[in-house]
Design a protein around this ligand. Structure first.
Ligand SMILES: NC(=O)c1ccc[n+]([C@@H]2O[C@H](COP(=O)([O-])OP(=O)(O)OC[C@H]3O[C@@H](n4cnc5c(N)ncnc54)[C@H](O)[C@@H]3O)[C@@H](O)[C@H]2O)c1
Length: 250
């Protein structure tokens, strides 16, 4: 039987839709108290309502992960309320509009690196500090992408940011491994969420054709892996990077 997440406190960034929403719902179902965090207040509250209507315990916290002070507020509330932070899912992210590297503007580059990499650095940093202070371990899961493991023409800034998230994960994990704070990364392949809208219908069908299993992933399938890494079932796993991509190798 799977271990309960009862008495565990979790934060999910970008928890209002897609992979973050499914992760929030599953954490709630497994008994964790979930803070659904997002810039999208309306959709965030809907996820909270869905968790609570099924007997779970969730609250919404509006946080724009591109603002360091808002991430500090998001994590600090645990210290203020004398609560532990057990699980931190750093999921919020966007993809750049398809553009070749030599045409990417500095503005687009800075925006992508800020939202997809620097924000994860801040979230990991403040969550780790809090978990180390409590001396009770914890699990941090960073959402990278298979784009961070290989080349994806037209998605250069996204690839670079997601590759950075992998290094952030592996290096950060080894630095605190003895403390019981575990840090792992998941690398989804193309998954059916709004983030794929930048590719259009033709782009999506080309992605599908390139996936050996012949279909896009489901956000709930990625959530299963994230929640496994959040739970006791993965207690000897840290600094690891997991593909979840229907067999995609290019
Ligand atoms: N869907 C895929 O194919 C795929 C593949 C690999 C990796 N990923 C990664 O999975 C993660 C989740 O993406 P998704 O596919 O569920 O996309 P999504 O667009 O459905 O969800 C992203 C969420 O992040 C939130 N968000 C955006 N900017 C934010 C900000 N500044 N502050 C806080 N929240 C913000 C959005 O409001 C939204 O709720 C991302 O990091 C993405 O890069 C997705």
């Amino acid at each position: 039987m799977l271990s309960s997440l009862q008495n565990k406190n979790a934060i999910v960034t970008g928890g209002a839709q897609g992979i973050g929403k499914e992760t929030s719902l599953l954490l709630g179902k497994r008994g964790a108290s979930v803070i659904v965090s997002d810039i999208n207040e309306k959709a965030g509250y809907e996820v909270v309502e869905e968790i609570n209507s099924k007997g779970g315990n969730a609250t919404f916290f509006q946080c724009d992960v591109t603002k360091e002070e808002e991430i500090i507020q998001l994590t600090e509330q645990f210290a203020i309320q004398n609560k532990r932070l057990d699980i931190m899912v750093n999921n919020a992210g966007i993809a750049n509009k398809p553009t070749f590297m030599h045409k990417v503007s500095t503005e687009v580059w800075n925006q992508l690196i800020l939202l997809d990499l620097t924000s994860v650095f801040w979230c990991q940093k403040y969550a780790t500090k809090l978990m180390l202070k409590d001396k009770l371990g914890g699990s941090i899961i960073n959402v990278s992408s298979i784009a961070g493991l290989g080349a994806a023409p037209s998605l250069g800034p996204y690839c670079v940011a997601k590759a950075g998230v992998i290094e952030l994960t592996t290096t950060g994990a080894l630095e605190v491994a003895k403390s019981g704070v575990r840090i792992n990364a998941v690398c989804p392949g193309w998954t059916e969420t709004a983030i794929l809208d930048v590719a259009g219908e033709r782009g999506k069908s080309a992605m599908e054709k390139n996936i050996p299993m012949g279909r896009l992933g489901k956000p709930s399938e990625v959530a299963n892996l994230i929640v496994f890494l959040a739970s006791e079932e993965s207690s000897f796993i840290t600094g690891s990077v997991y593909r979840i991509d229907g067999g995609t190798r290019s």
